[in-house]
Design a protein around this ligand. Sequence first.
Ligand SMILES: [Fe+2]
Ligand SMILES: [Fe+2]
Length: 336
Amino acid sequence: MYTQAMDTMGKDAVDGEKTIRSAEDMQRQQRFDAHIDAGDFIEAKDWMPDNYRKTLVRQISQHAHSEIVGMLPEGNWISRAPTLKRKAILLAKVQDEGGHGLYLYAAAETLGTSRDQMFEALHSGKAKYSSIFNYPTLTWADMGTVGWLVDGAAIMNQVPICRCSYAPYARAMIRICREESFHQRQGFEALLTMMKQGTDAQKAMVQDAVNRWWWPSIMMFGPPDDQSPNSAQSMRWGIKRISNDELRQKFIDATVEQARILGVTLPDPDLKWNEERQAHDFGTIDWSEFWRVVGGDGPCNRERLAARVKAWDDGAWVRDAALAHAARQQQVALAA
Ligand SMILES: [Fe+2]
Ligand SMILES: [Fe+2]
């Protein structure tokens, strides 16, 4: 579902120079740089600098983790959806997110990292996932709002990744973005139904959900460009195409009109059109909240991680059975 300036979260600094060890490597590096400069795609079998590979593993695996952790706040509402239609839509959406996780884990595996390593990093708390999923989903209106704002922000973030220089990631993102578009629209439509046909209490529920999700949604684009040191390298490598601040501005500009159609107020008194900039000005983002949630101290961090670890532990017998079956098949094949 969701990248969140994943390039800002690694502890290891990106330093392309360290990868150059020999004349041969230097030539490979030059060829790689020429490909990147020409806008060519890099495939799994192509030579690539270690830090390019590391950055991609980190970003793609964190993106994959975000997809499957993102299933939790919504899965929580499947059994409480108000109608059969809403339940079927939500079920399909949550299944899509599981599929997104699978494409992305597979894309990360092409870089030489095993799925077990990635899961271990998630379960031990070493790997991050998008901090938006550490917020609770308190009412049914949160389902519409997550679709509208969170999937909406995800699309804004992810469409440029369809042109990412690493081809397996770019290919996965094309399908993911198509599905995210459905996620955003179903959310908007659910909210529109409540705002146009709902009771006053339902309208108030929508406004309350928007009040709670607005700021965390615009934080999804990551810290401001001047505080996002790895972004420049990711831009040079063609992994990132548009900066955090530019994407945030595009999202805000697109969302203001949608909020007007819905009839909800975005909770920012400083949000207003700036004729000169041809863009909306907006209020100050509380980055201390962002870093606190990224750091593990959001409202649901512990709960989300515990749910993932439990799912992994509960699934141990399935993995064991699959391995035993594979070993048995191999024995049979050898004996034949
Ligand atoms: Fe989604
Ligand atoms: Fe997704």
